[in-house]
Design a binder for this molecule. Structure first.
Ligand code: 13P
Ligand code: SF4
Length: 338
């Protein structure tokens, strides 16, 4: 039996073949299992789809499954439910939150918007359903730049909740935006000093970084992009060694695709901590996935009026990311007076 599985601790019989049971339940329930790149390898390996936030949002919408088992964090599973209200959406551990979501309470965000009524709210998908409902257009790290480039040049913009992604977009596009001061605790934990030491040990190895990293890390990056962008870069780069400044579970996909190359996770502050592992993503386990499929709980439920308001800003992203609609087609932002 796999030593990492802890069946008795989850109240399960030691003899249970968890992977076979998950497979059986997946068929019985007509379920699709989605996994973000930051999930543990054993979860990535049995998922029907592994992807980034935008990709998983689209997959969730396109599937004809009755049940979506979302191995990721709560805002991702809520996104799936917003797009597929007729489906049962389960999240193996309901405590799988996100520091960016926590940094942006809806009442404070509403008050901030009210102070800046001539700004539209372009909001990173890593936020609550309530904040999505208060926003005009949602973006992911892979769609943000494309969507920003479609906004009229004189349109004022609030960007939240990630000040690092927002700051990166401001520097890259030269477009001023009002930034909400949230951060991802995982990407904030990378240490510039430790990264410099690692680069010295591996001269010539490129550094790839997620835009949730602070500017001191991004300044050393040879490529900056979403998880899927980073993965595509890794699959194409001609060298032998790559330094990866994002949540290290993504390295599993790199190693599967390129087993002869070396992928090194960028270190956190003391060079040897686990602080670059997302503690929220890590809450999901095979045991909890099995229980979620067996019992169809914990389940994501969203009040219909709230869902429809949040869906508007998500639909705007999906349309603009696929190039089927321009900003002008989206209607006016919900301006409340300056
Ligand atoms: P992407 O997969 O969209 O790049 O997002 C990274 C992330 O932090 C998800 O929580
Ligand atoms: Fe949130 Fe950061 Fe974890 Fe992604 S990696 S879920 S942004 S805390």
């Amino acid at each position: 039996m796999d030593a990492r599985l802890n069946l008795p601790a989850a109240g399960l019989d030691r003899s249970l073949d968890l992977r076979a049971e998950i497979d059986r339940l997946r068929k019985e329930r007509n379920a699709v299992i989605l996994a973000h790149y930051y999930q543990k390898p054993e979860i990535q390996d049995l998922a029907d789809f592994v992807g980034d936030s935008l990709d998983l949002s689209k997959k969730a919408q396109a599937t004809d499954a009755d049940v979506i088992a979302f191995c990721g964090v709560r805002f991702m599973a809520e996104t799936a439910k917003i797009l597929s209200p007729e489906k049962i959406v389960v999240l193996p551990d309901m405590d799988a939150g996100c520091s960016l979501e926590d940094s942006c309470p809806p009442d404070e965000f509403a008050a901030f918007r009210a102070k800046h009524p001539n700004h539209i709210a372009l909001t990173y998908i890593n936020c609550s359903t309530e904040v999505k409902a208060l926003s005009d257009i949602i973006v992911t790290s892979s769609s943000a730049e494309k969507i920003l480039s479609q906004l009229p040049a004189d349109q004022k913009v609030i960007f939240g909740p990630d000040r690092n992604l927002g700051g990166y977009l401001v520097r890259k596009t030269g477009r001023e935006m009002l930034l909400w001061p949230g951060v991802c605790i995982v990407h904030e934990a990378f240490s510039e000093t430790e990264l410099m030491k690692l680069k010295a040990q591996h001269p010539g190895a490129p550094v790839v970084a997620h835009p949730e990293c602070p500017p001191v890390i991004l300044d050393h990056a040879d490529y900056i992009g979403s998880t899927s962008g980073i993965l595509a870069y890794a699959k194409d780069f001609p060298g032998d060694t790559l330094i990866v400044a994002t949540e290290p579970h993504i390295i599993h996909q790199m190693e599967k695709a390129l087993p002869t190359k070396q992928f090194i996770g960028a270190p956190g502050a003391d060079g040897n901590c686990n602080c670059n592992i997302c503690p929220y993503m890590a809450l999901n386990t095979l045991e909890k996935l099995y229980l979620a499929l067996r019992d169809l709980t914990p389940r994501i439920e969203i009040e219909e009026g709230l869902r429809l308001r949040a869906k508007k800003s998500l639909d705007a992203m999906l349309a603009m990311a696929s190039g089927t609609v321009g900003m002008g087609d989206l209607g006016p932002a919900p301006v409340t007076g300056d």
